[in-house]
Design a protein around this ligand. Structure first.
Ligand SMILES: [Zn+2]
Length: 274
């Protein structure tokens, strides 16, 4: 599933091609991919509006449109956004196509259909619970160890479950939760509230390092993820623990352990992580 670095890479790739462009037509080929409002209202709302900015919040892409409206796209498990010439053939599983005023077409493709498209003002989307209230951006300088400590100590849950909770920190998923716990030398299955202040400081550093390194490498293509140009990222070649269960730990050489935690496969080193 695309996480913060992958969504950031998609946003950065599309931004120069979309900002300032007017959406002149929306072709909704699989209407239920729109979760809010009704598909007809989505098409009416988006059509004719100019993309004034394209940003990312957590794992969400935010298209800031005229008059304070947002088109929000969550890529789910297998969502892709890419620009095409409008007369090019449609790949299977293209669920929405946005014709721009420069003649290009932005297409949303999603094999497993766990992604979602939304339209409205931010207040309206929050009020309808179409988007959740998200925790802080872990790569912001304003994200402090003090804040993270408070958030981890507010609830009793395994550390990894807290890192996956988008209300605790935004944008972290299975890959970067495991990578960050390894870099911080903390076990993902211990209670988040058991972390000392030094351990939380290491974890904050580890989150920032693993996420910014992944952005620099254009994300991890461990599954179907591709950037806005259809290219694979390269971070998957540099992952320390994710997907490496049973292989030697990069630090101590012992085999990495695999457990099931928060419903997700979790890999860590029993010797290096405490
Ligand atoms: Zn180790």
């Amino acid at each position: 599933m695309p996480e913060l670095p992958e969504v950031e890479t998609v946003a950065a790739g599309l931004r120069p091609h979309l900002v300032g462009r007017r959406i002149v037509r929306v072709d909704l080929r699989f209407p239920t991919i729109v979760r809010h409002p009704e598909p007809e209202q989505f098409v009416d709302g988006v059509t004719g509006r100019v993309v004034e900015a394209l940003t990312r919040r957590g794992k969400y892409l935010l298209f800031h449109l005229t008059d304070g409206y947002l088109m929000v796209i969550h890529l789910g498990m297998t969502g892709h956004l890419q620009l095409f010439e409008p007369d090019s053939d449609f790949a299977p599983h293209v669920h929405a196509a946005f014709l721009l005023d420069d003649g290009k077409q932005l297409r949303y493709r999603d094999v497993r259909r766990f992604g979602r498209l939304l339209f409205g003002t931010e207040d309206e989307l929050l009020a309808h619970r179409a988007i959740p209230r998200l925790g802080p951006e872990p790569i912001d300088d304003a994200f402090t160890a003090t804040d993270l400590y408070r958030r981890l100590h507010a609830r009793r849950a395994p550390l990894k479950a807290l890192l996956l909770d988008q209300a605790v920190v935004a944008g972290v998923g299975n890959i970067y939760a495991d990578e960050s716990c390894f870099r911080a030398r903390v076990r993902p299955d211990r209670p988040g509230s058991s972390l000392s202040r030094p351990a939380v400081r290491r974890l904050r550093e580890a989150l920032q390092e693993s996420l910014t390194t992944a952005i620099a490498n254009r994300g991890s293509s461990v599954d179907s993820y591709r950037d806005a140009f259809g290219e694979r990222g390269s971070q998957q070649e540099r992952l320390l623990v994710y997907g490496r269960g049973g292989q030697p730990c990069a630090t101590c050489g012992r085999p990495l352990s695999t457990i099931r935690l928060a419903g997700r496969t979790t890999v860590f080193c029993r010797r290096c992580q405490r």
